[in-house]
Design a binder for this molecule. Structure first.
Ligand code: ADP
Length: 494
C-alpha cells in the first residue's frame, strides 16, 4: 500500500472552493484530477472553477471591501488572523500530507513549507496590529502658510493572489496573509498542479475562523484563463504573483488598462561565485544539497556555480561526489531529501535542458537521466554539468530541476561578469574565507538577494525581491507589508 492510499480517507475528496463565504462546486460542475508525482497515480480531484466563478469571487471581494469595516477594523483583523494561525496549526499534519501528495516534497524537509508559514501568519497579525496607520509627517511650509501633514496608510482594495506549484502552501500564505492583515480583501488562484493546498486553506478559513464572507476567496481551476480573468478584472486593485517571467509579463499587460499595482516574484538563474580562498569542503556539499533538496524546483536556487580555474578540478570532484550521494526517493520515507519532479512535463523539460547543455559542449559529470531504481514517479538524477558556456541555453534558462552547471573563471572581475550575464536577478551566493572580500563581490552582483557562505538572505523580517526580469516589489520585512498599503498624504492646519 502506498502512502497516498493509506491516507486516502483524508486526501481523495472532491475539494470545493471558497466564494463569498460558501464552500462551493464550480459553476459547470466539472472537476480535475490531482496527481501524486511519486506514484504517477491520481490522488483525488478538485472542483474546476470557470471564468464565471472567478467573476463571482471578485464581486464578493469587492463588496466585502466596499461595504464592510474589514479595511478599518484592525483589532478584528488581528482576532481573525490569530484564529487562522491556530486553525492552520491544528490542521498542519493534513496540510503536510496534501503538500507531499501534490508536490512530492519529502516529509523530511517539509517543515519549512508547513511550520514556517504557519508561524508567519502570527508574525503578520502582530506586525499589522502594531503598525502605525496614521503617521505625523511634520509641519511643512506651503504658499498658504504652514500645514501639518499626516500620512494615512490605507488598504489598497481587492488583491488577486496567483500562486505557483513549487511551494504552494507557503506562497498561498505569503501572498495573502499580509494583504489581509493590511485590510485588503483577497481572491486566491492556486496553481493547477497544487489546488488542494489552496482549497484546504479556503476550507479552514470558512469553517474555523470568523473571517467574513467575501473577505477571502479561493478559486481552483485547471485553466490559465481563470488566472488571466483575475489579472484583467477592473474590480481588482492589485495583483500579487509568484511564477514564471513569461506569465508575469502577461499579468503586467493584463493589468495595464486599469493601471493595477502588480507585485511580481518571477524566475531566477542565480550564480554562486566560489572565490579562490573559499573552504570548498563546506561550501560545495551545501551547494549540491541546495540543488537537490526541492528537486531543484526553487526560484532562488544558485544553480550556476562559478569556480576559480586554479581549483577547478578539486571543486568539480567535491560537487560530483556530493550530488551522486544525495538521498533521493519516496517523499514519504523519512531520510529522503530529494523527491520527484512535480510532473512528467516538468521532468521532460529538465531532461531536455540537460541534453541541450551536453549538445552545446558541456561535460556530464554525474546524473543526466532517471535513477535506475526509481522508474515509477517523476524522479531525476542529480546532475552536474561542467565546462558550461555562459551564453548557452542551459546557462541562461531556468531549469527547475536538480541540476548544477559549472563554469570556470579567471579573476573576480571575470566571475562578476559571468554572474551578471543573465536576464534574471533574483538571488546569488558568494563563498570566501574573507567576508569583506565576499561582500565587495556581492555588492557588484546585479541581483536582489545574496547569501555569503550560505548565510541565508531569506526570512520574514528582511525584504525579498528581484531585480531585472526577476520581479517588481518586495515580500517580507517592513517593505513587504507596505506593498499592500496606499499612502494618503493629508495637509491639515498646523
Ligand atoms: P508554470 O509555467 O511553471 O506552471 P506559471 O508562471 O505559468 O508557472 O504559473 C503560475 C501561476 O500562474 C499558476 O497559478 C497559473 O495558473 C497562473 N497563470 C498561468 N497563466 C496565467 C495568465 N495568463 N494570467 C494569470 N495567471 C496565469
Amino acid at each position: 500500500m502506498t502512502a497516498v492510499e493509506s491516507d486516502s480517507g483524508v486526501l481523495a475528496g472532491e475539494e470545493r472552493m471558497l466564494i463569498d463565504g460558501e464552500l462551493v462546486h464550480a459553476a459547470g460542475g466539472a472537476f480535475f484530477d490531482v496527481e501524486h508525482p511519486a506514484s504517477e497515480q491520481v490522488a483525488g480531484r478538485v472542483t474546476d472553477g470557470t471564468v464565471a466563478d472567478m467573476e463571482r469571487a471578485v464581486g464578493a471581494a469587492r463588496r466585502a471591501f466596499d461595504n464592510t469595516d474589514w479595511s478599518r477594523d484592525v483589532e478584528f483583523r488581528y482576532h481573525c488572523l490569530m484564529q487562522l494561525h491556530a486553525a492552520l496549526d491544528r490542521n498542519k499534519e493534513r496540510l503536510r500530507r496534501i503538500l507531499i501528495t501534490e508536490v512530492g516534497c519529502p516529509v523530511t524537509v517539509s517543515g519549512s513549507q508547513i511550520e514556517s508559514p504557519i508561524e508567519e501568519v502570527k508574525h503578520w497579525a502582530e506586525h499589522g496590529r502594531a503598525f502605525d496607520y496614521l503617521q505625523d509627517n511634520g509641519v511643512h511650509e506651503t504658499q498658504l502658510g504652514p500645514a501639518r501633514r499626516k500620512l494615512s496608510y490605507e488598504a489598497i482594495g481587492v488583491v488577486g493572489a496567483i500562486t505557483p506549484w513549487n511551494v504552494p502552501f507557503y506562497l498561498n500564505i505569503a501572498e495573502t496573509v499580509p494583504a489581509l492583515m493590511a485590510g485588503n480583501t483577497v481572491v486566491l488562484k492556486p496553481a493547477q498542479l497544487t489546488p488542494w493546498s489552496g482549497s484546504e486553506y479556503g476550507r479552514i478559513v470558512a469553517e474555523e475562523t470568523d473571517i467574513p464572507a467575501g473577505v477571502f476567496n479561493v478559486v481552483t481551476s485547471n485553466a490559465n484563463e481563470v488566472g488571466a480573468a483575475l489579472s484583467a478584472d477592473p474590480r481588482v486593485d492589485m495583483i500579487t504573483f509568484t511564477g514564471s517571467t513569461a506569465t508575469g509579463r502577461a499579468i503586467l499587460a493584463a493589468g495595464a488598462p486599469t493601471v493595477k499595482k502588480t507585485l511580481l516574484e518571477l524566475g531566477g538563474k542565480s550564480a554562486h561565485i566560489v572565490l579562490d580562498d573559499a573552504d570548498f569542503s563546506s561550501a560545495l556539499p551545501l551547494a549540491a544539497m541546495m540543488a537537490c533538496v526541492m528537486s531543484g524546483q526553487s526560484c532562488i536556487l544558485p544553480s550556476r556555480i562559478l569556480l576559480p580555474r586554479s581549483r577547478y578540478d578539486e571543486g568539480l570532484q567535491i560537487l560530483a561526489a556530493s550530488m551522486a550521494a544525495f538521498p533521493v526517493g519516496d517523499p514519504w520515507t523519512p531520510g529522503n531529501m530529494q523527491g520527484p519532479q512535480i510532473s512528467a512535463t516538468q521532468r521532460q523539460k529538465v531532461l531536455g535542458l540537460i541534453q541541450s547543455g551536453i549538445d552545446s559542449g558541456a561535460r556530464l559529470l554525474t546524473g543526466g537521466g532517471v535513477p535506475e531504481n526509481l522508474t515509477t514517479g517523476y524522479y531525476t538524477q542529480a546532475t552536474l554539468l561542467a565546462d558550461v558556456d555562459p551564453d548557452s541555453q542551459v546557462a541562461q534558462e531556468e531549469i527547475f530541476g536538480p541540476v548544477l552547471t559549472v563554469t570556470p573563471y579567471d579573476s573576480d572581475e571575470d566571475a562578476i561578469a559571468i554572474a551578471n550575464n543573465s536576464i534574471y536577478g533574483l538571488s546569488g551566493e558568494v563563498s570566501s574565507a574573507d567576508p569583506e572580500r565576499a561582500l565587495r563581490v556581492a555588492q557588484r552582483m546585479r541581483t536582489g538577494n545574496v547569501s555569503i557562505n550560505a548565510k541565508s538572505h531569506f526570512g520574514i523580517s528582511s525584504p525579498f525581491g528581484g531585480t531585472k526580469q526577476s520581479g517588481l516589489g518586495y515580500r517580507n520585512g517592513e517593505q513587504g507589508y507596505m506593498e499592500y498599503l496606499d499612502i494618503k498624504t493629508i495637509g491639515m492646519p498646523a
